[in-house]
Design a protein around this ligand. Structure first.
Ligand SMILES: Nc1ncnc2c1ncn2[C@@H]1O[C@H](COP(=O)(O)OP(=O)(O)OP(=O)(O)O)[C@@H](O)[C@H]1O
Ligand SMILES: [Mg+2]
Length: 294
């Protein structure tokens, strides 16, 4: 049974030294504003969060709450307006463009909702592509371990068009893991999959953490997907709004229902002040629709 807690109190840790020593990624007072003037959107409004090594964390929240923006800033794919991001002990805003690119290629894995495989390459070639681009050697023993874990041994020479959606997404997961990154970010990795394929991908992501020692952060709208995580973090209006540890699917459904009842304030909210009145939160409850129990 999970227990709901408010976000950890704000700590003013000096940038570059995340206060949790085992954190693989940390954000401190992270702010991202898109646009300017009257059309400015504050997509992230002061987020403090740590992602611990060897854990699968799910990020949930209404559409537009800043989940993708948070992942992109953490992964160095987008730059925050202010605040700090530390990956693997490195403050990424201080890195040169060249070193940031190198960090993204070798220390960070990313899985997208739309797989993003190269159609003309085989599964094996897609998996090693980031290392090939970086001209980094492929650790064959690790490659074999990842391929076996993801269950793709007999599909390695197929092209994406010859694979099912679930198999393609497992190729994308293997590609994210092949460099032994410090952390893998997955943005709605099961958003395009039927429930059986989603189950395969989620089981693999969890196994990559439990058996291969990886660290994974995954955005999802699906309470069943989130129930694979060690921890679920809720975002609302660009702020952290609560978290659950080792939740069941029912715990997550309850938290989402409570958040919907609570007028857009997710349960466990630290009540960080009124939401911007002109940006109403989407009803969280729409994600609490009955889920296929398969
Ligand atoms: N490039 C951009 N330019 C302007 N506004 C943006 C941009 N990207 C995101 N936003 C805005 O920032 C806010 C947060 O967007 P984000 O994509 O992070 O939400 P999300 O939680 O991932 O939503 P969803 O569940 O729909 O994917 C939204 O209001 C969105 O319209
Ligand atoms: Mg998104």
């Amino acid at each position: 049974m999970g227990s709901m807690t408010s976000p950890a109190p704000r700590t003013d840790a000096p940038t570059g030294t995340p206060d949790a020593p085992e954190a693989r990624a940390s954000a401190r007072d992270l702010v991202k504003v898109y646009g300017s003037g009257t059309t400015a959107v504050r997509a992230l409004d002061g987020v403090d969060v740590d992602f611990a090594r060897g854990r699968l964390t799910a990020i949930m929240g209404p559409s537009g709450s800043g989940k993708s923006t948070l992942m992109h800033c953490l992964a160095g794919l987008d730059s925050p307006t202010s605040g700090s991001v530390v990956i693997d002990g490195q403050e990424i805003s201080r890195l040169s463009q060249r070193r940031l690119t190198a960090l993204r290629r070798t220390r960070v894995g990313f899985v997208f909702q739309a797989y993003n495989l190269v159609p003309t390459l085989t599964a094996a070639e897609n998996i090693t592509l980031p290392l090939d681009i970086a001209r980094a050697p492929v650790d064959r023993a690790w490659f074999d371990e990842v391929v076996d874990s993801v269950g793709l041994r007999d599909r390695l020479h197929h092209r994406p068009s010859e694979l099912s959606g679930g198999q393609q997404q497992r190729v994308a997961c293997a590609r994210a893991l092949v460099s032994r990154p410090s952390i893998v970010f997955a943005d709605e990795p099961t958003g395009n999959l039927d429930s059986r394929s989603a189950g395969e991908v989620l089981a693999f992501l969890r196994r990559s953490v439990d058996e291969l020692g990886q660290t994974v952060v995954m955005v999802t709208h699906d309470p069943r997907a989130a129930s694979y995580a060690h921890r679920v973090v809720f975002l609302a209006d660009g702020r952290l709004a609560g978290e659950l540890h080792d939740p069941t699917q029912q715990d997550i459904l309850d938290a989402l229902a409570l958040a919907a009842d609570d007028d857009g304030q997710p349960a466990g909210s630290a009540a960080p002040g009124p939401a911007a009145p002109d940006v109403p939160a989407a009803p969280v409850g729409r994600h609490a629709a009955p889920v296929d129990p398969a």
